[in-house]
Design a protein around this ligand. Structure first.
Ligand SMILES: *Cc1c(COP(=O)(O)O)cnc(C)c1O
Length: 358
């Protein structure tokens, strides 16, 4: 820390993103990116003539894109907030809806960014343990007197809670914001967007990074009651009014226009996921029931960190978390069928090598 740094950040531990190694080409299954490229329409949209307009600021309201998202999700434009990746929505939400008195509840095993925003804004927060089967117990969040943040499907487990449970959380917390992070909802989950009209405290957060193959362009959006959206806009216009650049805006519009392409890709990923899950089960892996574009798996025959390291040596990158309760697991992003074939083959090799040694 420099001598100029504010004391506030002395103990802050920053988020560690998954590795993006540049040294060699890995089969990259560690950050839940889509293995498929953006749609042809998206490629066309980022044209030379759009690049030529980079001398001009983008539309700070992103009206065109908002209009398209509103139409697709059956809401009004005033219900849509656009962000530089959905991480920015989370950031703004912790800033806007919490303070020293009003904290946040979220699962202990979930997206690693939630506690960091809590620390950043010095907000009291409670990390609620999952049940022994790794599912979220929705009752822990009912009538809880704090902002609720739940990734649904959850990460890194991939497990989902149902719409009725989300509804009960929203209903029993009428004076609290309930933020449902649906980063992975397009891979077989059920969205609660339809509940936004009924519950003015519900904010649903989505991203173009996973199912829409645009992690590199940084685009997220939230859908919620117009007053909540206005609160978020206020924070955005007080920090970075042009948070979404021109190229990302046109790419985002084209992505919404090619929704069918992304639905097809998600179907492919779901199919691949089911395939890989059953192959892993045959190898005695515990495979949590995932509704996301990744699997969270553990083997009785090899530790999570060891498996992660051995796979990396063989050119396959997955994610391992050091947290005690999940240290036996690795999280594996679902890639193309070809990538997953390599993954399963390497896992078999590693297990065989282990057996030969013992
Ligand atoms: C990937 C992810 C996000 C955010 O991703 P962005 O790239 O910032 O849109 C948010 N929540 C969860 C649970 C995620 O896994």
């Amino acid at each position: 820390m420099s001598k100029f740094s504010s004391k506030r950040f002395e103990t802050l531990e920053a988020y560690t993103p998954g590795e993006q190694p540049q040294d060699k080409t890995y089969v990259k299954l560690n950050t839940n990116e889509s293995p498929y490229p953006p749609s042809p329409l998206v490629l066309e949209s980022v044209s030379a003539s759009e690049v030529e307009r980079l001398n001009l600021y983008p539309d700070p309201m992103g009206e065109q894109l908002k209009g398209k998202i509103a139409k697709l999700y059956g809401v009004k434009m005033e219900n849509v907030f656009l962000s530089n990746g959905s991480d920015e929505i989370l950031n703004f939400a912790f800033m806007a809806f919490c303070d020293k008195e009003k904290g946040a509840f979220f699962p202990e095993i979930s997206y690693g960014f939630y506690p960091i925003y809590g620390d950043l804004y010095e907000i009291p927060y409670k990390q609620i343990p999952l049940q022994t089967n790794f599912s979220v117990n929705y009752k822990d969040y009912c009538d809880c007197g704090n902002m609720v943040v739940i990734a649904n499907p959850n990460a890194p487990t991939g497990m989902e809670i149902g719409l009725a449970e989300i509804e009960e959380i929203a209903q029993t917390n009428p004076n609290q914001l309930v933020l449902i992070d649906e980063a992975y909802v397009d891979f077989g989950g059920t969205s609660c967007v339809g509940l936004v009209e009924k519950y003015d405290n519900l904010l649903v957060c989505m991203t173009f990074s996973k199912s829409r193959s645009m992690a590199g362009s940084r685009l997220g959006f939230a859908i919620g009651n117009a007053e909540i959206i206005a609160d978020l806009e206020k924070i955005k216009f007080s920090t970075n009014p042009y948070n979404i650049n021109r190229l990302t805006l046109v790419a985002g519009e084209a992505a919404i226009d090619s929704n069918g392409y992304y639905i097809d890709n998600a179907k492919k990923i779901i199919e691949t996921r089911q395939n890989v899950a059953s192959q892993l089960q045959e190898l005695d892996f515990i495979v949590l029931d995932s509704k996301a574009n990744f699997l969270f798996i553990s083997s009785p025959n090899i530790g999570g960190e060891t498996l992660y390291g051995a796979l990396k040596q063989k050119g396959v990158l997955v994610r391992h978390f050091k947290k005690e309760k999940i240290k036996d697991f690795i999280r594996v992003t679902i890639g193309t069928p070809e990538q997953m074939e390599i993954f399963v083959e390497k896992v078999k090799e590693i297990l065989d090598e282990g057996e030969a040694k013992s």
